[in-house]
Design a protein around this ligand. Structure first.
Ligand code: MN
Length: 243
């Protein structure tokens, strides 16, 4: 059995989400062969050298799971793209490129965070190109901590105010972009997060039936995609009341 999750936006201010994640690690994930985290795992990440005690505790819990035999794969999201090799080494997880094609449930499956599918949001795509090129990443990683904190706050507040103003079609994926990307990678199944619109969409790629599985964000409840003998099951679960 394999589990996929995304968009937990882990942060100290949401102990309920943290509890639900730790419960998943102690429960279902123990029986899984692998756990895939498809981005925006943390609400913010300003560098592996700036881990808070909260982030350390998440790191240790992941380490325990990987030591127990469950492989953990982590993909960057738009909020935690500064997660680096030091964190992954400590947490016992493998950094997964966006996009990646893996074998899942007996077929080739394309995994993405999902932000690169939202091509109609031109301002975001431009910002992404700027922030995610190797030179910018190097500079970001070497900025003093105080500057990184300031920049992270600025990006978050800009993203919040812009998302409110943008039309909903803009912050969702571009429908024409999906079959294009899937055809390039030769897959019939795509799994991504980012949009916070959990669903399984049927579509046609190169004349063949295909599907786009969108993971849900963890807010009032959690979401997992479980892949086992019964196939691909996308389902929400309630946070425990005393969590
Ligand atoms: Mn995202």
């Amino acid at each position: 059995m394999i589990l996929l999750i995304s968009d937990l936006h882990l942060q100290e201010e949401r102990p309920d989400i943290t509890r639900a994640f730790l419960d998943l690690l102690d429960g279902r994930a123990r029986h899984a062969k692998a756990l895939y985290i498809l981005g925006d795992f943390f609400e913010a990440w300003i560098g592996d050298d700036a881990m808070t005690p909260f982030q350390q505790s998440i790191c240790q819990a992941m380490r325990q799971l990987s030591d127990s035999g469950t492989a953990i794969y982590l993909m960057h999201g738009n909020r935690d793209f500064l997660i680096g090799q030091d964190f992954c080494d400590a947490a016992g997880c493998t950094l997964l490129a966006d996009p990646s094609v893996i074998e899942l449930g007996g077929e080739q499956v394309l995994l993405m965070h999902g932000d690169t599918l939202c091509t109609r949001d031109l301002a975001y795509m431009k910002l992404r190109r700027y922030l995610r090129n190797p030179l910018s990443l190097w500079i970001l990683r070497h900025l003093p901590l105080s500057s990184r904190h300031k920049l992270a706050r600025k990006l978050r507040s800009e993203s919040r105010s812009q998302t409110r103003m943008k039309a909903t079609e803009i912050v969702d994926v571009t429908p024409e972009e999906v079959p294009k990307v899937m055809a390039v990678h030769g897959v019939r199944t795509l799994v991504h997060g980012h949009t916070h619109r959990p669903a399984i969409h049927k579509l046609v790629v190169d004349g063949q039936p295909a599907r786009r599985i969108v993971l849900g964000d963890w807010d009032r409840r959690g979401w997992t995609l479980q892949v086992d003998e019964q196939g691909f099951q996308l389902a929400p679960f309630e946070f425990s009341a005393n969590g």
